[in-house]
Design a binder for this molecule. Structure first.
Ligand SMILES: [Zn+2]
Length: 281
């Protein structure tokens, strides 16, 4: 119980730092300097205004200097990450595995947020994640081996397999569509995910991510784009003088948003899923 509460508090701090990363890395700003400021008046936060969750509650969601309201997004992300850390320790016990799972999930949340907001995946997340996965794979035999994550050799091969598969898909997509199909961010994301999951599950992650993406695209993105353009009714056809409707404008769909949940599913159920699809595997 003490360990779970402690994990929640540690998670709050990581959530707080994740807020800074999500806000600053897409703008190429340092996450260390300068210190956090109020986005409205520029007032530099004192240490007691910068305590995760508690400051937001004590200040009642208002800046102490200019009285402008502070978005609830910040404490929500902190509580969300705190909960992930607590659940991780609750499920795996106070162990090295719990920390590895919690860090993996925290980074993927950051990736999903920046990709959906800015269409980019900062190197800060993926390079840190890749080094973390390779480092913990090497340390695992001494700190408590976990079957969830790939061993050192599989981590290396997994990183290459994940990034390589994205590169091949991007190359084929570019040849077919005559425009960039995959971003560099997707490739670095899959290097990180591959280092955590190993080659088989990282390749499965790409296919699962593409499947989730296709379902969301057909069920949500495409209908919304068609609706925005206006429906084809006899009236609109008449109004347009029999001319064709303007083409549906497709919004950009960030792939990392789908790869991140696919990676989580593959971390937890990957071996079972692959085993049921390819029984001989
Ligand atoms: Zn202020």
């Amino acid at each position: 119980m003490v360990a779970i509460v402690y994990a929640f508090l540690v998670g709050l701090c990581f959530g707080s730092f994740l807020n800074v990363c999500v806000a600053r890395w897409p703008r190429d700003l340092s996450v260390i300097r300068p210190r956090s400021r109020c986005p409205h008046c520029g007032h530099q936060l004192a240490w007691f205004e910068n305590i995760p969750l508690f400051s937001w509650l004590v200040l009642r969601a208002r800046c102490r200097c200019c009285d402008e309201s502070i978005s609830a997004i910040y404490p929500l992300l902190e509580v969300g990450i705190g909960t992930l850390w607590a659940v991780s320790v609750w499920h795996f016990g106070p162990s090295f595995t719990a920390i590895r799972v919690a860090v993996f999930l925290t980074i993927l949340v950051g990736v999903g947020l920046t990709d959906v907001k800015h269409y980019l995946i900062p190197d800060g997340f993926t390079v840190t994640g890749l080094l973390w996965c390779l480092g913990t794979a090497l340390a695992a035999p001494f700190l408590g081996e976990s079957l969830l994550f790939a061993g050192p050799y599989d981590a290396l091969v997994g990183a290459c397999a994940g990034a390589g598969l994205i590169a091949v898909i991007g190359w084929l997509g570019e040849a077919a569509l005559k425009r960039e199909a995959m971003g560099m961010g997707d490739m670095t994301l899959m290097a990180f995910v591959g280092a955590a999951l190993g080659p088989a599950r990282s390749i499965a992650t790409v296919f699962l991510g593409a499947t989730i993406g296709a379902v969301v695209f057909l069920a949500v993105v495409y209908p919304v784009a068609v609706m925005r353009r206006g429906r084809v009714t006899p009236q609109t056809e008449l109004a347009l003088g029999g001319r064709a409707l303007p083409p549906v404008e497709m919004p950009l769909v960030p792939f990392g948003v789908f790869l991140a949940p696919a990676a989580v599913i593959m971390l937890i159920w990957g071996d079972r899923i692959i085993g049921s699809v390819f029984p001989a595997f």
